[in-house]
Design a binder for this molecule. Structure first.
Ligand code: ADP
Ligand code: MG
Length: 327
């Protein structure tokens, strides 16, 4: 488990991380999302104490890191693997040498390091490239080496800061696949820092939205998408502004559905049971956190009866009226 309590970090008096409290349960894939400059990387560096917070506490696996001495902190850091956007590999070393590097401060013998590096390279699908030099590998392969290196010291937590941001969509998908596998098979807690909402949708169980260093929203994705006015939801499923052509007297509603409600024929029921004539202005349906979820924006000429809205809500749907009113 990772627990941050009232973490504060200022640069030149300006907060980069502003009173952040977060609890990330063991075994979760937890997303930290937010625009550039929101404080995501600072927060990542605070979790392994590469950056010391001005105040607040950082607890990883029941160990409070800010109170540790240097030697204890080094040991605690081995429990936290880190993956970076720019891979941060040494071009002077072979693929295997880069993975072994993560073990050189520990107590493993040379033979043990070599065996462990090979095991990790096999895990990420690069066992056959152990003797290659870094520059012979593609970006996606280099990132796999970065992940193998991060996993070599048997961490319980994997911190990933924009690890897929420099990769093409297909490579990104395969790296995220690997994250899901290490999460499920090795039970690692994964803290996935990203500005890409697709990464969160496809991979995270939970997420926190960071703005100007503050957590403005957090929760399990299946709960977040049932929360009225959720900003995370509107970023996960952007439907954009209401199109110009929609008449001023039309009612526009957003319906968000998740889990058991996702596969129900909501729109045909509106027409059949309530005689309501609807047009679809936008829709986004995807799997998130292992459940089918999505949003639909509907245009209804004139008003929509309160009883219809109530019926939709009884079906477990989140209904938000953007324009017009229940009549
Ligand atoms: P993100 O990763 O979300 O893009 P960062 O954590 O990198 O955000 O940065 C958050 C804020 O802190 C930014 O305003 C950035 O300029 C500032 N910042 C980050 N690191 C430093 C630093 N070492 N020195 C001064 N300011 C910094
Ligand atoms: Mg960053």
């Amino acid at each position: 488990m990772i627990a941050l309590e009232h973490v504060m970090k200022r640069y030149d008096g300006v907060p980069a991380v502003d009173d952040v409290s977060l609890t990330i349960p063991t075994g979760e894939v937890f997303g930290i999302v937010g625009q550039s400059g929101a404080g995501k990387s600072t927060l990542a560096r605070i979790v392994n104490l590469l950056e010391r917070p001005d105040s607040g506490s950082v607890t990883v696996d029941d160990v409070e890191l800010t109170s540790l001495r240097d030697t204890e902190l080094r040991a605690a850091r081995r429990r936290i693997g880190m993956v970076f956007q720019r891979f941060n590999l040494l071009s002077s070393r072979s693929v295997r040498g880069n993975v072994e590097l993560a073990l050189e401060l520990g107590s493993a013998t040379r033979a043990e390091r070599r065996a462990r590096a090979q095991e990790m390279l096999d895990l990420v699908g690069l066992g056959h490239r152990a003797d290659a030099s870094i520059h012979e590998l593609s970006g996606g392969q280099q990132q796999r080496v970065g992940i193998a290196r991060a996993l070599a010291s048997r961490p319980s937590v994997l911190l990933s800061d924009e690890a897929t941001s420099a990769l093409d969509p297909e490579t990104t998908a395969s790296i995220l696949d690997l994250y899901r596998r290490v999460n499920e098979e090795l039970g690692l807690t994964v803290l996935l820092i990203t500005h890409e909402m697709d990464v969160v949708k496809s991979t995270c169980h939970s997420a926190a939205l960071l703005e100007h260093g503050r957590v403005v929203e957090q929760g399990r994705l299946v709960d977040v998408i049932r929360t009225p006015g959720s900003r995370l939801t509107s970023q996960l499923f952007p439907l954009g502004p209401i199109p110009d052509g929609v008449p001023a007297d039309a009612t526009v509603i957003d319906i968000t559905f998740a889990g058991g409600t996702a596969d129900r024929p909501v729109i045909s029921r509106l027409a059949r049971d309530h005689g309501v004539d609807v047009s679809i202005l936008g829709a986004a349906v995807e799997r998130i956190g292992g459940t089918q979820a999505g949003r639909t924006r509907l245009e209804v000429p004139g008003g929509v009866a309160e009883s219809v809205i109530a019926d939709l809500r009884r079906q477990g749907l989140l209904v938000e009226i953007l324009r017009g009113a229940a009549a």
